[in-house]
Design a protein around this ligand. Structure first.
Ligand code: SAM
Ligand code: SF4
Ligand code: SF4
Length: 335
C-alpha cells in the first residue's frame, strides 16, 4: 500500500546520499571556507553499508517506490559503487535507477555502472568556459573537457544523460547560451536550476537567482520560440519546454515557481537518516534501527510513521522562512 503524507503526497522517489565527501568545492554548495581541510566528514563506520541501503530500498519497494537517485557529496567517490547499483537492481528489477554526479570520474565508471543496472545519469555542469567552471567548482584539477569525456562515455555505454546547470547571477549567466549550444548540438537534455538557499553556508541572496523566465527569454533570442510541454508525471521537478525541432530544455524553478504540491521525494543521508525535505533542519535516524536487527517490516513502519507526519512545503513558504537556521547542507543529504 502506498505511503502518503499529510498532504496526500505519495513517497515515490528516494534520493540516497552515499557519501558526504566531494572532490569539488562548488561555491554554492560546499564553500571551501566552511568545508576546508579541518572539516569533519563522516567516519566510515557512520556510513550506511551497501547492504543496509539495499535493505531500506527493499522495504520500500512494496509501497510504491519507483525511482532511486544515488547522489552525495560526489557518489563516484564511494568505493565500488557498482556493487550498490547491482544490489539495488536485484531488489527492484523495475526501479528507475539514476545517479547525479559532477562527472569528473564518470569516464572511468560509466561502463561498469551501466552493466550493474544503472539507467540514467545527470551530470552537473555550470560552464563550458574553463575559468568559469574552475572558479565555480573551486577546482584546478578538472576542466569541462573531462566532464564531456565522461558524458560521451556514458552515452556510448547506453546510459540516458541529462545535464544540470545552476545559474548564479554575476557568476555564470554568460555560460547559458554556450552550454545550450553544446547540449543542443549533442542532443543532450539540458536543465537549468534556480540557485537555492539550501543549507547555511552559501550566503544565498535572492538577487543572485536568475529565474527560469529570464533564462527562457535569453534562449529564445538564439533558438526561437520555446513551447511549454505538459509533464509526463505530476512529481516531475523540471518544467519542460521544446523547440520547434523537438529538442527540450528543462527548468527547475524551485524559487520562482515552486513544486512542493507534488513533491514525492524522500532523502536518505549517508549516515542513515531520512529527511522529508531538502530544507529540513533534522533527519529521522534509521541506522540505529537497522543496526539493532530490525526486519523489513519494522523499517517500513518506521518510514511510514515519518512520512505520514510530513507537512513540508519550504519552497512555497520561502518568503516567511528564509531566516530559518540549521537547514541541513545539500552535500550531506544529497541533491
Ligand atoms: N556532486 C554531485 C553533483 O554535483 O552532481 C551530486 C550532489 S549535488 C549536491 C546535486 C545537485 O545539487 C547538483 O546538480 C548541484 O548543482 C545542485 N546544487 C547544489 N547546491 C545547490 C544550490 N545552492 N542551488 C541549486 N542547486 C544546487
Ligand atoms: Fe560537490 Fe556536487 Fe556540491 Fe559541487 S554540487 S560541491 S560537485 S556535492
Ligand atoms: Fe519537496 Fe521540500 Fe523541495 Fe518543497 S521544498 S519541493 S517539499 S524538497
Amino acid at each position: 500500500m502506498a505511503l502518503t503524507d499529510a498532504y496526500q503526497r505519495p513517497l515515490k522517489d528516494l534520493r540516497i546520499s552515499v557519501t558526504d565527501r566531494c572532490n569539488f568545492r562548488c561555491t554554492y554548495c560546499m564553500p571551501r571556507e566552511h568545508f576546508g581541510a579541518d572539516h569533519a566528514f563522516l567516519p566510515r563506520d557512520e556510513l550506511l553499508t551497501y547492504e543496509e541501503i539495499a535493505f531500506v530500498v527493499d522495504a520500500l519497494t512494496a509501497c510504491g517506490l519507483q525511482k532511486i537517485r544515488l547522489t552525495g557529496g560526489e557518489p563516484l567517490l564511494r568505493r565500488n559503487l557498482k556493487a550498490l547499483v547491482a544490489m539495488l537492481r536485484e531488489v527492484g528489477p523495475e526501479l528507475d535507477l539514476a545517479m547525479t554526479t559532477n562527472g569528473a570520474l564518470l569516464k572511468t565508471h560509466a561502463a561498469a555502472l551501466r552493466e550493474a543496472g544503472l539507467n540514467r545519469v545527470t551530470v552537473s555542469l555550470d560552464a563550458v568556459d574553463t575559468s568559469t567552471f574552475q572558479s565555480m567548482s573551486d577546482t584546478e584539477q578538472v576542466d569541462p573537457e573531462v566532464i564531456f569525456s565522461g558524458i560521451d562515455e556514458a552515452l556510448r555505454v547506453g546510459l540516458t544523460v541529462k545535464v544540470n546547470t545552476v545559474v548564479r547571477r554575476g557568476v555564470n549567466e554568460h555560460q547559458i547560451l554556450p552550454l545550450a549550444r553544446i547540449c543542443h548540438e549533442r542532443n543532450i537534455s539540458l536543465r537549468f536550476i534556480e540557485y537555492m538557499d539550501v543549507g547555511n553556508t552559501n550566503a544565498w541572496k535572492l538577487d543572485e537567482v536568475v529565474d527560469g523566465a529570464e533564462i527562457r527569454s535569453l534562449l529564445e533570442t538564439e533558438f526561437g520560440t520555446l513551447t511549454p510541454k505538459p509533464s509526463e508525471e505530476r512529481s516531475e521537478v523540471a518544467r519542460r519546454y521544446t523547440l520547434e525541432s523537438g529538442y527540450e530544455f528543462g527548468f527547475i524553478e524551485s524559487v520562482s515557481n515552486p513544486f512542493c504540491g507534488d513533491c514525492s521525494r524522500a532523502r536518505l543521508s549517508a549516515n542513515g537518516s531520512i529527511y522529508t525535505c531538502l530544507f529540513s533542519a533534522n533527519g529521522n535516524d534509521l541506522k540505529g534501527l537497522l543496526r539493532f536487527g530490525a526486519n523489513k517490516n519494522d523499517v517500513l513502519e518506521a518510514i511510514r510513521a515519518i512520512w505520514e507526519k510530513r507537512n513540508d512545503r519550504y519552497s512555497m513558504e520561502r518568503a516567511d522562512r528564509m531566516d530559518d537556521e540549521n537547514k541541513v547542507e545539500m552535500s550531506f543529504i544529497g541533491g
